[in-house]
Ligand binder design. Structure first.
Ligand SMILES: [Zn+2]
Length: 329
């Protein structure tokens, strides 16, 4: 117990990085040879273990997001539809990329719950950074699934941080090969959501959006940053783009930073044509920690995102966790 003349300073968390992972989110994946298979979680966990990092992070298990939490972002009609298809396990949840499977509602709710668990821990000061491998489902809109994404955990987390914790300036940074359209269009007229997205040019890749001219609408016009890269672009192009992301974030002074670190922007991904290396992901993670520290709060939450070459996703995400650990408490 501290004596009255010794001010008590809280100890820094022993493990400043929280990993939220487990079978509940590993179950989010599509069978039958679908690129977003349920084996992605295990690929990452094996690499994290191989690099000796699994023992250096604090662990938490995902919980399911409640219906009320899902409704922070999604429409009730859409949630009903997913629940119905989840019971039958038949059909698609979008035009043909995202098949329903039995239990998809529960699995997708756990992805959102995992992201909320991580955000809660960071807000409570139990961890300075957190990472969730099967998360960052950035294509889902408020009322629809899209591109392997059923519920948009990024969107729910942004609303959660605002409503529950009263934050105003949340930053969403996305380095997945695909444009984060589900997040972008949900907040395109909202000047308080800082949005920076480096991705493969929409003329050559799904979902076809995210041109540099898309800077927001209405009161948010000119406040969002979309940086499309041409197919074949590598680390040099990324670093050039990244300097703009850093300047944008410093000017915006976010109170919390979300990083969607999709590994499909690495060379060799079967679905995209960027040629980044995992150094880009490590750099982004390290720099976001530095910026969050400069801003005085240190809050960074990494979300796995896409990535369909198992070796790439395992290495890129492990490097992100490594960068979080390097950045310290
Ligand atoms: Zn992607």
């Amino acid at each position: 117990m501290a004596s009255s003349d010794t001010p008590e300073t809280p100890d820094p968390p022993r493990h400043p990085v929280l990993l939220v992972a487990g079978e509940q989110i590993a179950a989010y994946g599509f069978g039958g040879g679908h690129p977003f298979g349920p084996d992605r979680h295990e690929s990452f966990m094996r690499e994290l273990h191989r690099c000796g990092l699994d023992g250096r992070v604090r662990r938490a298990s995902p919980r399911a997001a409640t219906r009320a939490e899902l409704e922070y972002f999604h429409t009730p009609e859409f949630l009903d539809l997913v629940q119905e298809r989840s019971a039958s396990g038949h059909g698609y949840l979008d035009a043909g990329d995202t098949p329903a499977f039995r239990g998809v509602y529960e699995a997708a709710s756990h992805v959102v719950g995992a992201t909320l668990t991580a955000a809660e821990a960071v807000m409570a000061g139990e961890a300075r950074r957190a990472f969730v491998p099967i998360a960052g489902l950035h294509h889902a809109g408020r009322g629809h699934a899209s591109g392997f994404c059923v519920f948009n955990d990024c969107g729910v987390a942004i609303e959660y941080l605002r409503r529950v914790h009263g934050l105003r300036r949340v930053a969403y940074v996305d380095i997945d090969a695909h444009h984060g359209d589900g997040v972008f269009y949900a907040f395109e007229d909202d000047p308080d959501l800082l949005f920076a997205d480096v991705h493969q040019d929409g003329r050559s890749l799904f979902p076809g959006t995210g041109s540099a001219e898309e800077t927001g609408t209405g009161p948010a016009r000119g406040t969002k940053l979309n940086i499309p890269l041409l197919p074949g672009a590598g680390d040099e192009a990324f670093h050039e783009a990244w300097l703009r992301v850093e300047a944008y974030l410093r000017a915006g002074e976010p109170e919390f930073i979300l990083l969607q670190c999709g590994a499909d922007s690495l060379a060799g991904d079967p679905l995209a044509q960027l040629h980044l290396s995992e150094n880009a992901h490590a750099h982004a993670a390290a720099r976001l920690c530095a910026i969050a520290d400069e801003l005085g709060h240190g809050r960074v939450l990494g979300l796995g995102g896409g990535g369909y070459d198992r070796r790439n996703l395992a290495r890129a995400w492990t490097r992100v966790v490594g960068a979080f650990l390097e950045a310290g408490a």
